[in-house]
Design a binder for this molecule. Structure first.
Ligand code: UD1
Length: 330
């Protein structure tokens, strides 16, 4: 099976590439524009998997290169993970998000239609729901994103739903909760340049010794200890969810939340590093971060029932793999 993976050198993409390369009869092509990833990840994927794959540096905004790639590639299936993903940046520079995410997706889908590629698995986000009164999100909740990042994902979802209705392309839309954790080898993980916005990349910098303490945003949320609670999904479980979609999308389209169903607070995460890695994370309380909500997590029943998928790993595996990656990348 010829598979195209966009954004394949990124945090999620690189782990998915390894999952795909483990499968029999997969001929993998990765494209990435390297805007939020490093070329060295390509060699790490080769090293860990001992498998070969094609790689092309390509920006999905470049329609002509994309068309050429599709003419040669004879793809059977596309995993579309490429996109800009910072909520904060999307509020500062919305045009970048419309261009990278929406224009990129339109070019990709046009190439698929021109070359008769029928199936796509799309990386969406629980951010499409916006902030709800009920904290346990299920797939039939209305989508009311409160930032441009979430809005661009919603628009791509709508496009995919329309293309399915028109019988042009079948799609599986995966709405991720909070991906976390790293590859068991300690060679791959999320390690952005500069000061990270998200919790785990920030903790990685603390373990590496680049930052001294964690700023815990808010201690008066309506949660058990006052700090924000999220549904952290281990990257390997997320990869397994994608792999389970390969057979499914051949038959039909679907939309699935991908999370564990269990919320953990920021203090739970801090304590998990003490408990499972014997590492103390120093922290101080800071005011709430703008736009944050108390708690949200997944109602897991749909993916379990239909895809036969549920998360197998928990905070122990997340903290231990994160710790290993941070130490190795010192
Ligand atoms: C954010 C994005 C979401 C994206 C996800 C990636 C928003 C509104 N949503 O979710 O679209 O998919 O990241 O994982 O931004 N925290 C601290 N200190 C820090 C960083 C975070 O206390 O330095 C707290 C936050 O207040 C929150 C929790 O940790 O309670 C998780 O934050 P974060 O990792 O940024 O994820 P989300 O905000 O849930």
């Amino acid at each position: 099976m010829n598979i195209l993976l966009t954004g394949g050198l990124g945090y999620i993409g690189s782990h998915l590439a390894l999952g795909l390369l483990k499968k029999q009869n997969v001929n993998l092509t990765i494209v990435d524009n390297l805007s939020n990833s490093k070329l060295s990840v390509k060699n790490k994927i080769r090293f860990i998997s001992s498998k070969n794959f094609k790689f092309k540096k390509l920006d999905l905004k470049n329609k002509n290169s994309l068309q050429k790639l599709f003419k040669k590639g004879k793809f059977d299936l596309v995993f579309h993970l490429a996109g800009s993903k910072s909520v904060k940046e999307s509020q500062i520079d919305p045009k970048k998000y419309y261009e990278n995410n929406i224009l990129g997706a339109i070019n990709l889908l046009n190439s698929m239609i021109e070359c008769n590629v029928k199936d796509i698995i799309f990386s969406s986000t629980a951010t499409v729901y916006g902030s709800k009164k009920i904290n346990c999100y299920s797939e039939n909740f209305s989508r009311e994103p409160v930032n441009t990042y979430g809005l661009t994902k919603k628009i791509i979802e709508d496009l995919l739903i329309d293309l399915d209705r028109k019988k042009k392309i079948k799609s599986v839309i995966l709405r991720y909760f909070n991906p976390a954790g790293c590859h068991a080898s300690g060679l791959l993980g999320e390690n952005p340049e500069g000061t990270p916005n998200n919790l785990y990349p920030y903790i990685i910098k603390i373990i590496k010794g680049d930052l001294d303490f964690l700023k815990v945003f808010g201690n008066n949320y309506k949660t058990k200890d006052g700090t924000g609670a999220r549904d952290y999904i281990h990257i390997q479980d997320l990869v397994d969810a994608h792999l389970n979609c390969i057979q499914f999308v051949k038959k039909k389209s679907g939309i699935f939340n991908i999370g564990t169903g269990k919320p953990y607070t920021v203090l739970d995460i801090i304590n998990s590093f003490q408990k499972h890695c014997n590492f103390k994370i120093n922290y101080n309380f800071y005011p709430r971060r703008e736009g944050d909500i108390d708690i949200y997590y997944n109602k897991i029943s749909k993916a379990k029932k239909i895809l036969g998928w549920s998360a197998k790993r928990g905070l122990k595996e997340i903290s231990q793999s994160t710790f290993k990656f941070a130490i190795k990348s010192k």
